[in-house]
Design a protein around this ligand. Sequence first.
Ligand code: IVH
Length: 659
Amino acid sequence: MNKIEERINELIEYINKASYEYYMLDSPTITDQEYDDYYNELLNLEEKYPELKRDDSPTNRVGGEALDKFEKVTHNTPMLSFDDVFNEEEIILFDERVKKVISNPYYTVEPKMDGLSGSLTYKNGVLVRAATRGDGLTGEDITLNVKTIKTVPLKLKKNIDIEVRGEIYMSKLSFEKANIERRKNNENEFANPRNAAAGSVRQLDSKITAKRNLDFMAYYVPSPENYGLKSQFETMEFLNELGFVTNKYNTHAKNVKEIIENIEKLSKIRNDLPYNIDGVVLKVDDLKDEEKLGYTARVPRWGIAYKFPAEEVLTTLNEIKFTVGRTGKITPNAIFSPVHVDGSLITKATLHNEDYVKEKDVRVGDVISVRKAGDVIPEVVEVKKERRKDGLETFKMIENCPMCNSPLIKKDANHYCVNENCPSRQIEALIHFVSRDAMYIEGFGERIVEDFYNMNYLHNIDDFYTLEKYKDELKTLEGFGEKSIDNLLKGINDSKNNSLERLLFGLGIRYVGKKTAKILATEFGNIDKLINADYDLLKNINDIGDIIAKSVTNYFSDEKNINLINRLKEYNVNMKYTGEKVDTSNEKINNKTFVITGTLSNPRDYYKDILESKGAQVTSSVTKKTDYVLLGENPGSKYDKAKELGITIISEDEFNELI
Ligand code: IVH
């Protein structure tokens, strides 16, 4: 070994030791400056002598070359997960099943980390491969990305061959930071740390992953007997010795009573943990017992995952704020003191309409309980009437538009502002026009649309296509760099080529949703034919009823709207259907109903668009009519419902095969 190689080895050793002390033990022994000096020296040597760069060098943590795609990886042993249970009775049943095989079971009780599982393979102590779970049999190679995770040892403290499994997750703090960054860049915020972790680990550019600050917690070793291990707890100790972080809240229980006590303790501290947990994992501790219990065709019999019930959190209702939608509909919204619910910070929830508020009898100043319905949308569950202070005023619906003061009109349960020049309605219509399912002009968040409206650059939707004129002026606006304006203008220009259905949806014709817009676009092929279509012609189309037919003819009989379309034509906005016709050739998909659940490698709309283009329907709840459930990681109750109803469940890989 030459001197340079020796120095490189020495530096790696210093840096690894320092990182271990800093990230794993929380007790650094060198200063940040010393660390940086070692690091920079190593970086310089590696640049000068690339042939001497080691695979486990800590400089890999900043990320490397971007990939075109992820390679597939076959797991040596399938990456299974446990069956989920939701209450004490089910835990008792699990314990009874275990006791049929083992006389005195001893359990481990572990926090169920809410991230995504990963498998790390070490050869001779060096991390050589990291993979996602995928469908359990085949995952994706995410080695470069995982190397950026500070709590993943690149080199173990023992030179052994081993596979270690655990959870890749994002701490609450890193999640907040990532979202601050995204807000700054006008990007959509991550809904929760799990999505943020899943999105970050599947970046083709590992430099982006490096910035997201992910973490890893180890919890499982396949074939632990190969390392002389006798229990789950010994496995955890062994993992610590190798340099992994394991959960310090892992405990033991010898019966259901102790299990429940531990679950209760964990649910009490859950909100104070620096990361999200969504339940508790129970495992039989003794590895011999595990072996005796074995596996069903799908899951281990030696463990189970208990999921916490959807969290309901108490908060105070500070205000009922009215918003005006693009159709003029007035919605009362509950604005409450910010609270963390199932991992996300929430501050408001819709109260739908006057009747809804009155039925719940919600009053400003009330203590209310809130939760996330269907795991995402905040909802007011109930008012804690027993805690109501005297003198709180009953809710009174407003009579005038909160924005333009026009008198409101009541239709069925809803109130509307009918002033077409109401600024709120106009802003909402502009936001709708550029939104994802409409013209999809990227970069135009709500705030920018509102700012441009207030600065008089935007008024009607066709004004987007005149923004180019103000290019130089826009570039001088505070908060808008040259590049961001260029990107916006490029997005606007690109949108001119969209297929007709996007424009039809974007126009905001009452009752013409995304699906109807597609039907109209495919049926008529271009906008002029649609403009000339009369009520009867429209009404005769499948899935177009009386209300839609009336609304469409109404819209196109208004001269103002025809003028708008003519202006759009002048700006060369495409008015023809150019999108792909629905391809009905795949019988396994055409006319079938799909439900998508869990975290997949792309946003849900990606799968939805593919399925719909092949004639399938994608719905949100699992019923007897559902044909397939497309299953991602960490699915919710839809998965259980699908199992209960015996519906075909497919993984992402099976989905890819199907299409
Ligand atoms: S053990 C055979 N331990 O929750 C299962 N999993 O169903 C081996 N998880 O998908 C996994 N915390 O991603 C295990 N302490 C923990 C865990 C844990 C979270 C995840 C894991 C798996 C699911 C359990």
